[in-house]
Design a protein around this ligand. Structure first.
Ligand code: ZN
Length: 142
């Protein structure tokens, strides 16, 4: 059993944005030499998150629209009121969505490949950009 850790950066360009990071993760899996095991992908931020879904920018816009409807940017949030003089801290909606979606996913690795379905991609979700973000990848296996 081996343990391997690495990370990569993601530069978001919009306030909310979905970015396909499948290539970044599969590149790290290849470089690790681990053939069978698990990949845990961890986003060490409180206003960004990660998920798996279809690689379709129109769907991504739909997802972001529904997220806004579910947890609107404007609302009477205590977090925003507490930091009312800090424009960058008017982001309670982003914190809430980050916890609802979760900052981590675990994926199986078999024969050196991440076991994604035909239509699945690994999607980084920016909820309070634009920012330079870090995505950490932890691999366990042999
Ligand atoms: Zn905040």
């Amino acid at each position: 059993m081996r343990f391997y850790s690495s990370e990569f950066s993601v530069q978001s360009k919009r306030k909310v944005e979905i970015i396909d990071v499948t290539g970044n993760v599969s590149g790290l899996v290849e470089r690790s030499g681990i053939k069978n095991g698990f990949a845990s992908i961890w986003v060490p931020h409180t206003t960004a998150t990660i998920t798996v879904n279809e690689r379709d920018p129109d769907l991504w816009e739909d997802m972001l629209t529904v997220m806004e409807r579910l947890v609107p940017q404007r609302g009477s949030y205590r977090h925003n009121a507490k930091y009312s003089w800090i424009p960058s801290e008017q982001n309670a909606h982003a914190h809430i969505l980050s916890s609802l979606i979760k900052p981590s996913i675990t994926l199986p690795i078999v024969d050196g490949q991440i076991m994604l379905g035909t239509w699945q991609s690994i999607l980084f979700i920016e909820l309070d950009g634009p920012r330079l973000r870090t995505v950490q990848v932890y691999l366990m296996g042999e």
